[in-house]
Design a protein around this ligand. Structure first.
Ligand code: FAD
Length: 501
């Protein structure tokens, strides 16, 4: 155990990770520690990362962010789902909607009844039983109504899209108002204690030296402290998640202001579309082994809603995670800690959960090897579970139009994922391991959306007559329809409550 008496926390980096960390620590630690953020205008931030998942609401609650103000300040919009286009086969289209689908009957899940009736041709499409999918499709939005406990209106789960640069600026304002000190400048050297290699201080180009007891490395892909200084090592997952580049470009907004992200598969990757109030964010994620940068840029530009507002910007990455998220007195959060595909918008969530974990294991009494090992074990578990979910989208394709997709379909996936695929294929069983981020209903939507039909269903569904099962499905469908009908338009909701000024 390293008996540091922690007083000074230094956050290296002022992107989404740096400012989320500084804001949360300043809020939760209530001024008991000095928190310093160092960021470089010359280096800047990665500037992508604009789609989230519903757990971000929890972060906002903890730090006391008002939803309407937050969307106004970040030119944001609401997100109810991700639409996947061309993923199973070219021409296919499905959504992964947030929240639940249907209503379970006793101990048997709703989807088991649906699977049985679908095989008999007596059920509607899965989306018809999901309030978020139907609302997204109808371009509607409202937050969950917790005053109507048994209604699908109570089950609406939402997240946000926002402008990443405005988000960092917004969080900075909150963090500084809570005592966080910011220094602008480029770090050119890092010094370590001779005895144990713990980081002691960072020095800027102008010779300013900032020392600390605990360092949070939020320096992005470069991993200034965790890798360049401590050489922690990186576990490469590109054999499972082979995309290694993205090109991003904003464009003018389209007329329709959709409350969902779209992910459209192309010949060797996919393209995101993120609707914001002042623009639409777009990016083409691709594998450089199968497609050139020039071709990737042309595909991106050919699939925009409106006029591009800049030239495409290339971002290179390697999917995987740091061997240890916490090494000595450095905790890597954000891209410094690892990167999965942006396909399911999980990176900002990983930042948020790393912060929550750091607060749980906060080393106020010094650095304890057992705590650090447990922090690292939990981080790894979380990354691996999300990794499997993202790989599933690639593995479960039936595209014949390129070597990229054929190679993805034939790749050997992690045993943990293969087990889930086998279970679903045999009986429609869905397994949630270790309270992983994506619940059964998330896995269901990808399996179903990408055409994996289970061979059997749970035998308990046969205890109910066919007529009763049809009535049950129909009643769920009707209630969803009625609820969507009373929801306001997404654009109207934004205009009324959270339009940027
Ligand atoms: P950065 O934004 O790169 O910030 C690094 C900071 O470190 C900067 O402030 C920089 O100035 C500072 N810095 C670095 N070196 C030095 C130095 N020497 N001296 C001083 N300062 C320094 N996530 C999602 O949740 N949803 C998405 O839709 C999504 N899409 C993505 C798409 C792509 C193509 C990529 C690559 C990522 C995406 N992400 C997404 C991830 C998301 O962008 C990041 O998790 C998030 O932006 C956090 O980045 P960061 O703060 O770790 O790094």
């Amino acid at each position: 155990m390293h008996n540091a008496n922690i007083k000074n926390i230094v956050v290296v980096g002022g992107g989404t990770a740096g400012w989320m960390t500084a804001t949360a620590l300043a809020t939760v630690l209530q001024g008991q520690y000095r928190i310093h953020v160092v960021e470089s205008d010359e280096i800047g931030i990665v500037g992508v990362g604009e789609a989230t998942i519903p757990m971000i609401q929890r972060f906002n609650q903890v730090v006391g962010i008002d939803e309407n103000e937050f969307l106004r300040e970040t030119q944001g919009s609401f997100k109810l789902a991700i639409e996947f286009v061309n993923w199973g086969k070219p021409g296919d289209r499905y959504m992964h909607g947030f929240g639940t689908i249907g209503q379970d009957l006793g101990t048997v899940r709703f989807d088991q009844y649906w699977q049985k009736m679908r095989k008999l041709g007596k059920a509607d499409e899965l989306a018809a039983y999901s309030i978020t999918r139907m609302a997204a499709r109808a371009n509607k939005f409202m937050p969950a109504r917790h005053d109507v406990p048994n209604s699908p209106l109570n089950q609406i789960a939402h997240a946000y899209h926002f402008d990443a640069s405005l988000y960092a600026r917004y969080l900075r304002k909150i963090a500084e108002s809570r005592g966080v000190v910011r220094t602008e400048g480029k770090i050119v050297s890092v010094s370590q204690h001779e005895a144990d290699g713990f980081v002691d201080a960072v020095t800027l180009e102008n010779d300013q030296r900032i020392s600390g007891d605990l360092f949070i490395d939020c320096s992005g892909f470069r991993g200034l402290l965790i890798e360049q200084t401590l050489q922690t090592g990186y576990e490469d997952w590109s054999h499972w998640l082979p995309c290694d580049r993205a090109q991003a470009v904003p464009c003018e907004s389209a007329a329709e202001f959709l409350p969902y992200t779209r992910a459209t598969a192309h010949r060797a990757g996919w393209q995101w579309r993120i609707p914001l109030q002042h623009r639409t964010g777009n990016g083409h994620v691709y594998c450089s082994k199968y497609v050139s940068d020039d071709e990737a840029a042309s595909v991106l530009l050919a699939n925009l809603d409106g006029k591009p507002l800049a030239d495409p910007r290339v971002i290179r990455f390697k999917t995987g995670m740091r061997n240890k998220a916490w090494n000595k007195n450095v905790v890597a959060i954000g891209l410094a800690g690892g990167f999965l595909e942006p396909l399911e918008s999980t990176s900002i969530h990983l930042i948020q959960s790393a912060i929550a974990r750091l607060i749980d294991f906060f080393p106020n009494q010094g650095f304890n090897a057992v705590d650090i090992a447990e922090y690292n074990r939990q981080s790894r578990l979380e990354y691996e579970r999300i990794r499997d979910f993202v790989i599933l989208h690639y593995k479960l394709n039936q595209r014949e139009d390129s070597d990229f997709w054929k190679d993805c379909a034939s790749m050997q996936v992690p045993d943990s994922l293969q087990h889930k695929i086998d279970l679903f294929r045999a009986s429609g069983r869905l397994l949630r391991i270790d309270n992983e981020l994506f619940a059964e209903v998330g896995w269901l939507q990808v399996f179903e959306g990408q055409n994996l039909v289970p061979e059997n269903t749970n035998p308990l569904v046969d205890l109910q007559t066919e007529a009763d099962t049809i009535d049950y499905l129909e009643s769920v469908r009707e209630v969803v329809q009625k609820c969507v009908a009373i929801m306001p338009d997404h654009a109207a909701y934004i205009a009324q409550y959270c339009a940027a000024r």
